[in-house]
Design a protein around this ligand. Structure first.
Ligand code: RFL
Ligand code: PHB
Length: 390
């Protein structure tokens, strides 16, 4: 098989790039390790910055997002039994975020690829990039007993944190930066009315909690848990009791509980691999960087990579201009590091760190006090949360 762009990974990054390029007449093939059902079964992000939403519209995939997604002009931070609203719209001069699940967005992208006859090969085993530093790179994958080959101009590694693309780059050509946090998030999805129409990020001495949602009948809640905990340690009743303990009384009193329809634990990690290019292979999204979910930056950062990469590839094919491709890694990383800083800061601000000394606790408390006493500090939080410009 021959294509212009060979994409490893059929998650949001790979699908969005493929769809945007298709609309410009550029051909792609996506190799995805798992089945579509598996990819769509993962419950992940819920908050889209306005720039990501604009990219979905540009990809002609924004219709359902605009009809069913919710525009949120603010969210709450709770601590010491009280809630403070962060007025995103007021603080940023009119910007907001869209609450629309990654699952739905991925479904919309798959449907768009189907309608356009796009090639997405599922259950592609042993995907490998080859001759990446040559002018003729190619991918191979296994289909049963057959090994198949896809020749392309460029390879895009959009295969997530555990994918093969980053791992195929020689160690001496890549620098990795990492911080692992000593806790995870236990997430529960339930068919219940959300406790609050806007998200609540809650700091509590027992640990962080987040009240989020997918719609007015579908709630998503998270609590900070030790890394040693498993899903089996958290029957639904115990989860709801612990969540209530961590929320202000007036919020906990209004919490509607019900059976969980999904429950999982995600460890928290910050990670960046530099540069995001090796020869003619470009990394995008979680393949190159990970953030703890506290700042809702992960999928949105994948979106900014795709924006830079899409425009760079357009310049290459339409104008024979390779500046964008040459500068891709630097441009993407400049924004990525800002998302890293913000996610690290939100995580540090709101979680309970088991090894904190009393001095650290006082600083954490002061950080929050300062935030709600300064319009400048709040504006900085808000401009990062709605997404810095691409
Ligand atoms: P993905 O989604 O991991 O997709 C990668 C795809 O590549 C496939 N793959 C391979 N294919 C072929 N060969 C191989 N060897 C392969 N190895 C892997 C995988 O099967 C998969 O289909 O990466 P992508 O596309 O870069 O998208 C990134 C986002 O998924 C991620 O950043 C977000 O989900 C992070 N995130 C959030 N981001 C936000 O912007 N806002 C949020 O509110 C938010 N909440 C979250 C989150 C992530 C979470 N978890 C579980 C990590 C909440 C949670 C709990
Ligand atoms: C979610 O709804 O899954 C969600 C929302 C905000 C975050 C993280 C996750 O910061």
């Amino acid at each position: 098989m021959k294509t212009q762009i060979g994409i490893i990974g059929g998650g949001p990054s790979g699908l969005l790039l493929s769809q945007l390029l298709h609309l410009q007449g550029i051909d792609t093939v996506i190799l995805e390790k798992h089945s579509r059902e598996y990819v769509l079964g993962r419950i992940r992000a819920g908050v889209l910055e306005h720039g990501f939403a604009a990219l979905m519209r540009e990809a002609q995939c924004g219709e359902r997002m605009d009809a069913e997604g919710e525009i949120h002009d603010g969210f709450y931070i709770a601590h010491n039994g009280h809630r403070h609203r962060v007025d995103l719209k007021g603080l940023t001069g009119g910007n907001s975020v869209v609450v629309y699940g990654q699952t739905e967005l991925t479904k919309d992208l798959y449907e768009a690829r189907d309608r356009a006859g796009g090639v997405v090969i599922h259950n592609a085993e042993d995907v490998k990039p080859h001759d990446v530093t040559s002018g003729n790179p190619f991918l191979t994958y296994r289909d049963g007993d057959d090994v198949r080959r896809v020749d392309c101009d460029y390879i895009i590694g959009a295969d997530g944190f555990h994918g093969v693309s980053r791992k195929s780059i020689p160690k001496e050509s890549l620098r990795e930066f990492e911080r692992v946090y000593p806790f995870g998030w236990l997430g529960v999805l339930s068919r219940t009315k959300p406790v609050s129409p806007e998200l609540i990020y809650a700091k509590h001495e027992r640990g962080f909690a987040l009240c989020s949602l997918r719609s007015q009948v579908l709630s998503r809640y998270y609590i900070q848990v030790p890394l040693s905990d498993t899903v089996e340690d958290w029957p639904d009743d115990e989860f709801w009791e612990e969540l209530k303990r961590r929320l202000p009384d007036d919020v906990a009193g209004g919490l509607v509980t019900g059976p969980s329809i999904e429950k999982s634990i995600a460890p928290l990690r910050s990670f960046v691999a530099e540069p995001m290019r090796y020869g003619n292979m470009f990394l995008a999204g979680d393949a190159a960087h990970i953030v703890p979910p506290t700042g809702a930056r992960g999928l949105n950062s994948a979106g900014s990579d795709i924006y830079y990469l899409y425009n760079a590839l357009l310049d290459h094919y339409k104008k024979s201009d390779d500046t964008g491709l040459q500068e891709y890694s630097d441009r993407a990383l400049s924004r990525i590091w800002k998302a890293q800083r913000f996610s690290w800061w939100m995580t540090t601000l709101l979680h309970r760190f088991p090894d904190n000394i009393p001095y650290d606790d006082r600083l954490q408390h002061t950080d929050l006090e300062y935030l709600f006493s300064s319009q400048h500090a709040l504006a900085s939080l808000a401009e990062n949360y709605v997404g810095l410009p691409f």
